[in-house]
Design a protein around this ligand. Structure first.
Ligand code: PLP
Length: 392
């Protein structure tokens, strides 16, 4: 028996464990300190009433013989796939129900999709980025090239003829930078992918935070994307489902390589390795797209976006370079006074008792930058911002 030795090539991720250790050590030495966390990427507001009602109702159905449900369709129930189809239609994107696959979240699908792609494919991943893209490809032994995000390109790297990529990752709005590609910029990526016969894996987990109507919320708003892209989305940040777990992946029927439809391969993969998302959860997810549910989740998103605005305005006032926070829950800033990411982390922790995430944890291009998140409590966010202003 041999193990998958590619796992030995994974770099240990010390980011969140180091943060936790540093906080613990500081708190032990300063027991009266009142630390505010603007580092976490998890939501803090509860599920909205429409979702809770739907979950209760579905739970009651499970208690009755006539309405009890066992295994559901691996691809998800039609009632939810149709809601998502309508949601896309409201964004001006026409999908078939069969192109939508319900899952337990974007992280699983982003990893699982690699099952249907050959290990010899070369992968292009932006830096800095959500770390799961790199690690899942390292596990599969794929060759990875990175493209640099930096201040000059506003952390939105663009295609370059010198890359030889088969699989391209794009995350917009981006975690960690909050940068959002425009239609023109995404069109350049779509044209590039179609020209080199590459596949784009588009992560739209934060699409619901895009308020600017001129910005795309789906890659399928771009002409030609149905021939080159798969889109991964999630209710985690859209509707507070981080612990409830539901997401969806869109695989267009036009997407073919070597004459084989990726939609059929993904369907086959899911039917073999996945037995569907719980009925109760899918009913809760359906309620997200109802009139009341959608208004309620948008109120929560507005709350987080107001937090982001408070952080953005404070940094603006202080003249600290930053992006994100307008159409995204993440604010990405340049550490003041030439500090490294970890130096600024220590500085904020000890001087302001505020915790953020060092940019270096998202790739080498993140060194010297820092991520703050808008998922906290309003009053605590405002207090944190006051402290940052005083200590930067
Ligand atoms: N994609 C990005 C860019 C994320 O930041 C996250 C979670 O933080 C995910 C995907 C994972 O989402 P899910 O909770 O649906 O697995």
């Amino acid at each position: 028996m041999k193990i998958n030795s590619n796992f030995l090539d994974l770099k240990d991720s010390y980011l969140f464990s180091t943060i936790a250790k540093k906080i613990k050590a500081y708190q032990e030495q300063n027991p009266s300190s009142d630390i505010i966390r603007l580092g976490i990427g998890d939501v803090t507001l509860p599920l909205v009433p429409a979702v809770i009602d739907a979950l209760h109702k579905a739970t009651d159905e499970m208690a009755q013989k006539q309405s009890f449900r066992g295994y559901g369709p691996e691809q998800g129930y039609d009632f939810l796939r149709d809601e998502i189809k309508d949601y896309y239609a409201r964004k001006g994107v026409a999908l078939d129900r069969d192109e939508i696959f319900i899952s337990d979240g974007a992280k699983s699908d982003l990893g699982n999709v690699l099952d249907i792609l050959h290990p010899d494919n070369k992968v292009l991943i932006p830096d800095p980025v959500y770390p799961a893209y790199v690690d899942t490809n390292v596990m599969a032994g794929r060759k990875i090239d990175t493209i640099e995000g930096n201040q000059a390109n506003s952390f939105k790297p663009m295609p370059d003829e010198s890359y030889k990529a088969d699989i391209i990752y794009i995350c917009s709005p981006n975690n960690p930078t909050g940068a959002v590609y425009t239609h023109e910029e995404l069109k350049a990526w779509v044209d590039y992918a179609n020209k080199c016969k590459a596949l784009i894996l588009f992560d739209s987990a934060y699409e619901a935070f895009v308020g600017d109507k001129s910005l795309p919320r789906s890659i399928f708003e771009i002409d030609g994307a149905r021939e080159c892209a798969i889109e991964f989305c999630s209710l985690s940040k859209t509707a507070g489902f981080t612990g409830t777990r539901c997401g969806y992946t869109v695989v267009p029927q036009e997407l073919q390589f070597d004459g084989v439809k990726l939609n059929s391969l993904w369907n086959r993969r899911q039917c073999t390795k996945f037995n569907g998302v719980p009925y109760v959860i899918q009913r809760g997810a359906q309620a997200v797209f109802s009139k009341d549910g959608f208004e309620q989740i948008m109120q929560n998103i507005a709350y987080y976006k107001e937090n982001a605005l408070i952080i953005h305005e404070a940094l603006e006032k202080k003249g600290i370079w930053h992006i994100g926070g307008i159409n995204s829950p993440y604010i990405w800033l340049k550490c003041p006074d030439g500090m490294t990411s970890w130096e600024y982390f220590d500085h904020l922790l000890t001087k302001a008792n505020v915790v953020g995430t060092p940019g270096a944890g998202f790739g080498k291009m993140g060194e010297g930058y820092f991520r703050l998140t808008a998922f906290g409590d309003r009053a605590r966010t405002a207090e944190a911002v006051e402290r940052i202003l005083k200590n930067s």
